[in-house]
Ligand binder design. Structure first.
Ligand SMILES: [Zn+2]
Length: 215
């Protein structure tokens, strides 16, 4: 895959709480840091996302009487998975992963800050109507292809990829620079992304393209 000036790397939620030992650990989540750093060193442009919840956020099981972690509750916008408290503003867990090379990020977009609405997607909150502004930003910058990596495959990466595609961007996920929360959920997420026209590429294909394109 040859990288061009109109490509943007979208690094999704590589944050302390999603790593092993964090509040909502993605299995093997820390394994993405190396590949993501390689991508950050390669792409001409990069945007990072951060899950960024206020205390007492509606997606936390502790915000619902009798709510169990990984249970489901009916919200006005549809079913909502209930999560352990994670990525709370002002806590250490909300920070980017140690060792993540954030220096070249041109934008950090935060999501999930609306108290009563979750936001897996970097583009649209879970009510499916409230926009984060990211699509407009990417369009104004002239980007035409969004290349995604990060955490987690079956939630924030998939929802962001599907919304990038729906917003009209060519969309590709780097399959060895993501990790999922649930194996079956990740299989289903890959199927949904494929059906929507989201491409899938390996890190080595990107690096090979970079080598071929070098002067
Ligand atoms: Zn969250």
């Amino acid at each position: 895959m040859r990288i061009v000036e109109t490509d943007v790397l979208l690094v999704v939620d590589v944050q302390v709480d999603f790593l092993p030992g964090g509040a909502l650990p993605v299995p093997d989540g820390d394994a993405v840091v190396g590949p993501v750093n390689a991508l950050l060193a390669t792409f001409p442009h990069a945007v990072l996302t951060q899950d960024w919840h206020p205390a007492g956020h509606a997606s936390f099981h502790t915000s619902h009487p009798g709510g169990e972690p990984f249970g489901t509750v009916a919200m006005p916008y549809g079913p909502q998975v209930l999560w352990p408290e994670h990525c709370v503003q002002g806590t250490p867990g909300v920070a980017f992963a140690p060792g993540l090379d954030v220096a070249r990020a041109e934008l950090v977009i935060r999501k999930g800050y609306t108290h009563a609405v979750d936001s897996y997607s970097a583009f649209l909150e879970a009510d499916r109507t409230t926009r984060t502004g990211l699509a407009g930003y990417l369009r104004e910058r002239g980007f035409t292809r969004v290349v995604l990596c990060g955490l987690a495959t079956d939630f924030c990466v998939a929802w962001s990829a599907l919304d990038a595609r729906a917003a009209g961007f060519e969309t590709v996920v780097v399959e060895d620079a993501v990790r999922g929360i649930d194996r079956d959920g990740s299989v289903a997420a890959w199927a949904r992304m494929a059906a929507a026209g989201v491409g899938r590429v390996r890190l080595a294909e990107i690096m090979a393209g970079r080598t071929a394109a070098a002067p």
